[in-house]
Design a protein around this ligand. Structure first.
Ligand SMILES: Nc1nc2c(c(=O)[nH]1)N[C@H]1C(S)=C(S)[C@@H](COP(=O)(O)O)O[C@H]1N2
Ligand SMILES: [Mo]
Length: 381
């Protein structure tokens, strides 16, 4: 079989005018994903040097929704972009070493950009589907690779900037940057390709990320989680192995501050002043749903053990060996009036799968930090 050359590809759809436009949209998606990804990463750091604000309570819901929407929209855009620029793969290297070297470096950066982009989008999508078929930590890998991808993207944009600028200034049907033999009309026009790219990007975002958008959550093909109270259940009490302890008559919630410990039954909690707040669970995997939570304000429990304001507070679950087994609330979250030890969801006793006997619900935190089946609250020093 003969290896094709760049000139074997004759479709006029494979042009810089199309590549620059699809590339621009792809760049916007990557930028949104990067910014919102950094927010999500920082939100999950324990002992944040500068705590994120607890208000508005829906902020993380929006940023993480945007993150997943931008990532899924980027998938069809990347596929179309790769198809458009595919002939470049067969460009020969210049003969002169002095010219070949920069070209080789540039192509190397594209190879890094393409491969990291594919890994980022693929692992992100599997994460939305709640499928973790790998042995490494998704969060730290996704985070580290983002910097590799962005570095390669900056090199790529810097090299291409003159062509991109020029191509964007002209009409999409302009042929000034086309290869001479790329004249064969395609099945659709160049505008048709752009329309296809735009609609498939929006459709992908809606289909796969719709779990975050109120009202269209049912369209979310890739997040079919079971629900109770209309709120998805990410991990059931059974699969977390907590059913026996969570339903035991011996259950106690321990609140610890230094040498002071209070042990409370669920009835003790029910007897305390109850408060209600509407707050979302916003999962890193992309879905989010608001519920009306009722229960005891965390601050009231901290008062029981004489804890001063301004302290970090660790919340532990009956469940161990899980990313959600414990979480540290920064002082502004621990002292927030809306941070509850929830006993009730939408007017009904919390179901076992949503964290019975008691769960943490705080404003504006990633879902993974809304600990279920809470057994212990510790005021940190
Ligand atoms: N103990 C414990 N708490 C947990 C989890 C868990 O696996 N174990 N999952 C977390 C995640 S990832 C999310 S998104 C929310 C989901 O809450 P829900 O199942 O009540 O909707 O709970 C969080 N709390
Ligand atoms: Mo989650």
């Amino acid at each position: 079989m003969r290896i094709p050359s760049e000139d074997s590809f004759t479709s006029r759809l494979r042009s810089a005018a199309v590549a620059a436009r699809v590339g621009l949209w792809l760049g916007i998606c990557f930028l949104v994903a990067l910014a919102t990804g950094l927010i999500s990463h920082y939100a999950q750091v324990d002992h944040q040097p500068v705590p994120l604000p607890a208000s508005p309570s829906w902020f993380y819901r929006v940023t993480q929704g945007l993150h997943v929407a931008a990532g899924t929209a980027a998938i069809p855009l990347l596929l179309i972009k790769l198809w458009v620029v595919f002939p470049k793969l067969f460009q020969p290297l210049p003969r002169q070493v002095r010219e070949a070297l920069p070209t080789a470096l540039e192509r190397g950066s594209i190879a890094v950009l393409v491969s990291t982009s594919i890994v980022q989008l693929a692992t992100g999508l599997l994460n939305v589907a709640q499928w973790y078929p790998w042995g490494f930590s998704f969060r730290s890998t996704h985070y580290a690779l983002a910097f590799v991808a962005v570095g390669a993207l900056i090199v790529h944009i810097a090299v291409k900037l003159p062509v991109v600028r020029d191509a964007l200034k002209g009409d999409v049907d302009d042929t000034s940057h086309d290869r001479p033999n790329a004249v064969r009309p395609g099945p659709v026009s160049r505008r048709g390709v752009l329309a296809l790219a735009g609609t498939s990007a929006v459709a992908a975002a809606v289909l796969f990320a719709a779990g975050t958008i109120p009202g269209v959550g049912r369209l979310a093909a890739l997040s079919p989680r079971s629900r109770a109270h209309g709120i998805p259940i990410n991990r059931t009490a059974h699969s977390a192995g907590v059913v026996a302890e969570a339903s035991s008559a011996d259950y106690r919630l321990e609140v610890v501050h230094g040498a002071t410990t209070r042990s409370l039954t669920r009835d003790d909690l029910v007897a305390m002043k109850q408060r209600t707040h509407t707050l979302p669970i916003a999962c890193v995997e992309g879905w989010s749903v608001a519920g009306e939570w009722g229960g005891v304000r965390l601050r009231d429990l901290l008062d029981l053990v004489g804890a001063p304001r301004g302290r970090e507070v660790r919340v532990r679950s009956i469940q161990t060996f899980s990313a959600s087994a414990d979480t540290v609330l920064p002082p502004n979250f621990a002292d927030d009036d809306r941070t509850l030890m929830a006993l009730v969801l939408d007017g009904e006793t919390l179901s076992m799968d949503h964290g019975y006997p008691v769960r943490l619900i705080a404003p504006d935190r990633p879902g993974v930090m809304q600990t279920k089946w809470v057994s212990r609250i510790e005021v940190l020093g």
